[in-house]
Design a protein around this ligand. Structure first.
Ligand code: MYR
Length: 131
């Protein structure tokens, strides 16, 4: 289950990923130590996610398979949706500014939530532990 509060523990290739996204070095440095915490409440197809980091706090509701809008901390807007594939969440989003695809997955393994990201051929991961 994805339910619970998850705090980022470590990143894998996240700075390279952000560079590909066009985020400048100062912001990348800050973002790689953003203390991101996410609280996930799943009820069937419906999710409520609370996000908090050094940058902001926000709450978002979405339903699997239903398109919604999401803005990154730097203001970049995405539009897309999450789907469930087995025990993996698969997100398919497009940047609104250039139309390019950003894909992401979430899976819980060994008490860790692993979120992967892909943009323009660059893969990254953020690994979260139960808070
Ligand atoms: C959620 O489920 O937490 C809300 C929706 C998340 C949408 C996609 C997340 C992609 C985040 C990419 C971070 C990139 C930073 C450069």
């Amino acid at each position: 289950t994805f339910n619970g509060t998850w705090k980022v523990d470590r990143n894998d290739n996240y700075e390279k990923f952000m560079e590909k996204m066009g985020i400048n070095m100062v912001k990348r440095k800050l973002a790689s130590h953003d203390g991101l915490k996410i609280t996930i409440e799943q009820n069937g197809d419906k999710f409520h996610v609370k996000e908090s980091s050094n940058f902001r706090t926000l709450e978002i509701d979405f339903t699997l398979g239903v398109t919604f809008e999401y803005s990154l901390a730097d203001g970049t807007e995405l539009s897309g949706s999450w789907a469930m594939e087995g025990d993996m969440m698969k997100g398919t989003f497009n940047r609104k500014d250039n139309g390019k695809l950003l894909t992401t997955t979430r899976i819980v393994q060994n008490d860790e939530l692993i979120q992967s990201y892909n943009y323009e051929g660059v893969d990254a991961k953020r690994i979260f532990k139960k808070d």
